[in-house]
Design a protein around this ligand. Sequence first.
Ligand SMILES: NC(=O)c1ccc[n+]([C@@H]2O[C@H](COP(=O)([O-])OP(=O)(O)OC[C@H]3O[C@@H](n4cnc5c(N)ncnc54)[C@H](OP(=O)(O)O)[C@@H]3O)[C@@H](O)[C@H]2O)c1
Length: 237
Amino acid sequence: MQNIKGKTALITGGSKGIGLGIAQSMLDHGMKVLITGRSESALDAAKNQLFSSDEGNILTYVSDVRDHDSLRSAVDTLLSEWGNLDVLIANAGVGHFAPIDELSIEDWKETIDINLSGVFYTLQSGMEALKKSKGYFITVASLAGTNFFANGAAYNASKFGLVGFTQAVMLDLRKYGIKVSTIMPGSVATHFADHVPSEKDNWKIQPEDIGQMVIDLLQMHPRTLPSKIEVRPSMPG
Ligand SMILES: NC(=O)c1ccc[n+]([C@@H]2O[C@H](COP(=O)([O-])OP(=O)(O)OC[C@H]3O[C@@H](n4cnc5c(N)ncnc54)[C@H](OP(=O)(O)O)[C@@H]3O)[C@@H](O)[C@H]2O)c1
């Protein structure tokens, strides 16, 4: 099993939901984590919620994944604090759902710019650091990246694109010793698309379950790479 204690990670969209769950799992395993998001107050709330025996293991950085410069600054901040970047998680994403004859150009653009282009910008910002560390790049796609549904044109397009992107990137980067995986969850109990998590969501995957999955990937023997992982609630709600 790979020792991950002391390894560093940057998680986009780490202030809530899946990103926050991954951050907590990493801290529980002795990693150092920088989380990003657009809202400073949400990042502050997340920092207060995250538990680590060493507060120096948590950094926050206000960054919109549509803004390359803010992503580069987030990576630079992590590198100046901790020296190297071992794990980059492209998790930030949004959901707009409408029939195609009602879908606005604004919602289309926001979905593609954040969920797809934002992942490319995230990788570009961390790529050189990952080459140096022979690190791990993980994208959070969705089962919507393989199953299409009504009202899902923008979201399906972004996630089908992201699955294809991540698989191609996996082939490009493995020659540098960088591992690349995409995780494709079904329903997870989060704030996604303005949802408010409650007890009614107990049947869903919980954010810490995705956190555990990421830890399992990081601990896997270097010779083996689960490159595309579908994960769903074991019992539909
Ligand atoms: N929940 C599900 O059922 C489910 C299933 C499959 C896949 N996913 C995927 O999981 C990922 C995380 O979603 P979630 O369910 O955890 O949703 P969530 O609870 O709404 O969390 C989304 C996170 O992303 C951040 N974010 C959104 N837009 C951003 C941007 N432009 N730049 C930087 N950060 C941004 C949010 O913070 P700010 O708003 O403050 O920026 C927040 O921290 C998404 O890619 C989503 O598509 C979710």
